[in-house]
Structures are given as structure tokens and as C-alpha cells.
Design a protein around this ligand. Structure first.
Ligand code: PNS
Length: 161
């Protein structure tokens, strides 16, 4: 693959995201990890915090960059000549939402294609939202997110993790 973009909320990055980043980076010449606004989600971490967590978790990869963008994904792709969007698919329940986004992005920017990577089964149940919820109520999430993200989560949810 040529240049690819892996967009998401990453609030915060999980081990499932990291697995997709590592696999997509090994398949493409250059991977942009793009932190974007999902209007359906309320954020816990700021864009800058999310960016730092991804950068620190991916120091072992030399062909990725992390960016934040507050507009349309299709517009970012058009402005930066990016034609491959990477998304992870965990389960059939993801499919409906993902196909809608893929088709809308194609409508907005016909040159773009979405490539889906199947999530590693070890992370099939994992999402940032669930990690935050479990952490908030004192559950153990130390092995579900990169160490730096776990540290930051502890800071944010002081006393509750
Ligand atoms: O990790 P998420 O929350 O599933 O990622 C969804 C995200 C951020 C990729 C999506 O909400 C998005 O692309 N947001 C940017 C605004 C946009 O382009 N919306 C139209 C999508 S078809």
C-alpha cells in the first residue's frame, strides 16, 4: 500500500488500536494516524493528550505520524492526496456503521477507498468507551491500553482506578 490514513477518536488509544496501527504500518509506505471529532462521543482526553499518548505508544514505528483534525475526514484526504482509509472491524455489529462511513467518504471523495483490517480476536471486545467505563468504576484496565495511556487514565480518574 502507498500512504494510508487510520482515523479515529482514540480517546484513549487501546491495545486494539495499537495492533491495527502496527499491522497497517507494516503494509504501507507511510501511515497517518488521524485524531478526529466523532460528534456522537463526549471526549475525556484533549486532542493534544490523545496525540501524545499515540506518539509515545508508537515510538517503535518509524513510518507513522499522528495528526489532529477537526473537519471532515474526506476533506483531509482530499487536501493531502490520501486514498486509503484504514479501519478495524471487531464484530458484525461494527459493520453497519463502518459501511455507512466508508460509502459516505467515497461519495464525498471518490478517489478514497476504505480498507478494513479484522481486529485481533484478543481485542475483539475492546473499545475506548468500555475501557473508560470500566476504569471509572474501579475495574482493572492495565492490560488493555498502552502503559502511558494507563498512567494518564489514572491521573484523570484519580482515586477511582
Ligand atoms: O474511533 P471512532 O469514534 O469510531 O472514529 C469515528 C471517526 C472519528 C473516524 C468519524 O467520526 C469521523 O470520520 N469523524 C470526522 C468527521 C467526518 O468526516 N464525519 C463523516 C464521516 S462519514
Amino acid at each position: 500500500m502507498k500512504r494510508a490514513i487510520y482515523p479515529g477518536s482514540f480517546d484513549p488509544i487501546t491495545n486494539g488500536h495499537l495492533d491495527i496501527i502496527e499491522r497497517a504500518a507494516s503494509m504501507s509506505a507511510h501511515l497517518t494516524v488521524a485524531i478526529l471529532v466523532n460528534p456522537q462521543k463526549k471526549g475525556l482526553f484533549s486532542f493534544e493528550e490523545r496525540k501524545r499518548l499515540i506518539e509515545e505508544s508508537t515510538r517503535h514505528l518509524d513510518n507513522i505520524e499522528v495528526i489532529c483534525f477537526s473537519g471532515l475526514l474526506a476533506e483531509y484526504c482530499r487536501q493531502n492526496n490520501m486514498e486509503i482509509i484504514i479501519r478495524g472491524l471487531r464484530a458484525i455489529s461494527d459493520y453497519e456503521y463502518e459501511i455507512q462511513m466508508a460509502q459516505m467518504n467515497k461519495k464525498l471523495y471518490p478517489q478514497v477507498d476504505t480498507v478494513f483490517l479484522m481486529t485481533n480476536p484478543s481485542y475483539a471486545y475492546l473499545s475506548s468507551s468500555l475501557v473508560k467505563e470500566v476504569a471509572q468504576f474501579g475495574g482493572c484496565v492495565g492490560d488493555l491500553v498502552p502503559a502511558v495511556a494507563y498512567q494518564q487514565l489514572k491521573e484523570k480518574l484519580k482515586g477511582r482506578i
